[in-house]
Structure formats: structure tokens, C-alpha cells
Design a protein around this ligand. Sequence first.
Ligand code: PMP
Ligand code: GLN
Length: 382
Amino acid sequence: MIPAIQSKLPNVGTTIFTVMSVLANEHKAINLGQGFPDYNMSEELIALVNKAMTSGYNQYVHMNGLPALRERLAEKITSLYATAVNGDTDITITPGGTYAIYTALTTILQPGDEVIVFEPAYDSYIPTIEINGAVPVLIPLVYPDYKIDWELVKQKITPKTKLIMLNTPHNPTGAVLGADDIVQLQSIVKGTGIFILSDEVYEHLIFDGKQHESMLRYPDLYERSFVCFSFGKVYNCTGWKLGYCVAPPALMKEFRKVHQFNCFSCNSPVQFALTEFVQQKENYLQLGSFLQQKRDYLKNLMQQTKFKALPSYGSYFQLYSYSGITDESEKDFAIRLTKEYGVATIPTSVFYKNGEDNKVLRFCFSKKENTLEEAANRLMKL
Ligand code: PMP
Ligand code: GLN
């Protein structure tokens, strides 16, 4: 008899990013679905990885990450967010941001713990909470600007609340936390045992002069936070799957216990290369204006279609409403757009546990201008 698995995630299928990318390939559609750039990454960074490999840096580095890279990241954090972090005790290099989130949640959560999750939520959050036996407590961000209703958060806090999940800039909406949100958060967690997991993979992809409200700016928030980052988003190399988690020493000590028996240590030559490359501040400081131009480029083109843009202040993404076109469900419409019009997007309903459908699709604008032009040309036919 072949043994049968009792699924730990009985209600979960294949992630929408894979579903839509496969469909896009099948139909030779322009892929504005899954979030990745279609332009080249830095030749210099590629050369640095080559140099590291040919210089023989091909064996395991320290399980917490190459010490020199962690030191450079600590310097970067101190210069950007004015909080002193120690690369030795507060930073662990991980195989991507998703892994950092998974490990942080696995480190903290006990069965029955409650986790505040704002919806729409990046698709890994809820399954990761559930696989750890904890319970997501879902709070909708307020459509159409996707702000947090802090009064509702206060009502949803119980003695079982273990953690609040944050994501700024936000995927899929492009919303960002403001100084007013931070004040509310500070007053809610003060004097409680509530942790924060802050997904900040889009820290530099922020527009219109807004400031990135990292937990690392606020010592009273950082003392209870795991903050997760991704090099893939900063250096246009999402396929490299390297990131890091930052947390105060006592929290990080436990995180590392879990990490050491999962991936243990990450790709070495890339860490050697990044140690040099992260010191070039202009590479990440110009990212916001670079992506803002792309957001605006697509938005201008889309004015010739029947789609209506919702605001996006950060990330790779902008939501567009199609309520003026059809009342089809987001999923059906996204599939039809891919098959019949050759443009793949992501239905926002997949980021809600109950599939809430506001007739908005997520468009990824981290693409070459001619990719965006071709997509808009196809959508004008609608
Ligand atoms: N969080 C969010 C909000 C994301 O959009 C992504 C996208 N990939 C990640 C985490 C994960 O990043 P990584 O590819 O480094 O795992
Ligand atoms: N973060 C990217 C997105 O939101 C894709 C990541 C993935 O495919 N898992 O589209």
C-alpha cells in the first residue's frame, strides 16, 4: 500500500504566480503578472560573482551569512534608518525574503496563537501561519486606498495575539505605511508581548517623495520585530533568491536555531560579490525614481484603455480597476485577458482568504518600455 499524506495545507493549490506565468508562456502573452524585471541586472554585479567563483570562494560560508556582508548591511541600515544594528547578532542571510518570513513565523508561533494579517496579503503569509498551527486573524485594508483601520485592529487584539504582520511598500496594492500608522502601531503594541513581522522587500521601491517607514527607524518597534529583505528586489535578480532577516539579538538567536537545520548557509559567491556591491549606495538610492518612471509610463499608456488606475506609492505593482469593462470575476477576466488579449496579470482576489473581488487586477510595471507599450496596445482593443 502506498501511504497517503494527511495534508498540512489541505486548502492550498499552486501559487497564482506560477499559474499565471505558465498560462502566459502557453499563450505567448506579455507577462505583467508575476513580479520580476524583464530588463538586465548589473553587469558589474555579475562580474563580481564570477570573480568570487574563479577566486575559489565556493565553499560554505558561516551559517549566519558571510560576516563581512552582514557588517556592510549593518552599516547600510544604520545610515538609512539611524538605528544601530550589529551584523554579528542581528542579521542572518537567507535564501530569499520568503524563507526569512517562513523562518521568523516558525520561530515565534505556537499552536493556537493568533496573528493579525491585513488583506489583501502576499500569498505565502497565511499558509505559513497555518502550517505552524497558528490562526490568521484577517483584517481588510480599506478599499480603494488600502489603508489600515487601526480601530478594527484594536478590536481584534486578544490575549492570544502573538504577532502583527506588516508589509510596506505593499504587495499587491502599492500602499505604504505613513508616520500616522507608526504612531497607532506604537500605541497598540506598547506594554504587550506582541511581536511584529515586517516584510520590507520593497524598501527602496517607494515613490512620490514618500519615506519608507521601516521598523528599523523606531527602537520601540524594532525591539519586538523581525524585518525581512530580499536582494532580488534591490538588484533586479529575483532568481538569485537571496535575502536577509534583521532582528534584535534575543529574537535572532532563536531564528538561527531554526535556520541552521533548514538551509544552514546560503550561496557563497553571491555573498562575496554583494559585500562589495552593497557599498555603492547610488545603486539602491536611485531605484525609487527608476521604478516611479515605469509606474508613470504604464499609467499614461493605460489612459488610452478602459482600465482605471488605483494609487500606487511603492513596490513593482499597481492595481487597475476594470469595473467599467465587465463584471466577470477577477480570476475569469485575468485568464481571458491572457488567452484572448495576450496580457497576463494577477487577480487581486487571490490575496484574500474569502476571495473578495473588487474587480481589480495587479499589473507589474518593472518592465522595459516596449513591453509596457505592447501590453497597453493589446489592452486598448478591449
Ligand atoms: N514578500 C513580498 C511582499 C514579495 O512580493 C516577495 C516577492 N518575491 C517576497 C516577499 C519574497 O521575496 P524573495 O523572492 O526574496 O523570496
Ligand atoms: N513576489 C512576486 C510577486 O508578487 C513573485 C514571487 C513568487 O513568484 N513567489 O509577483
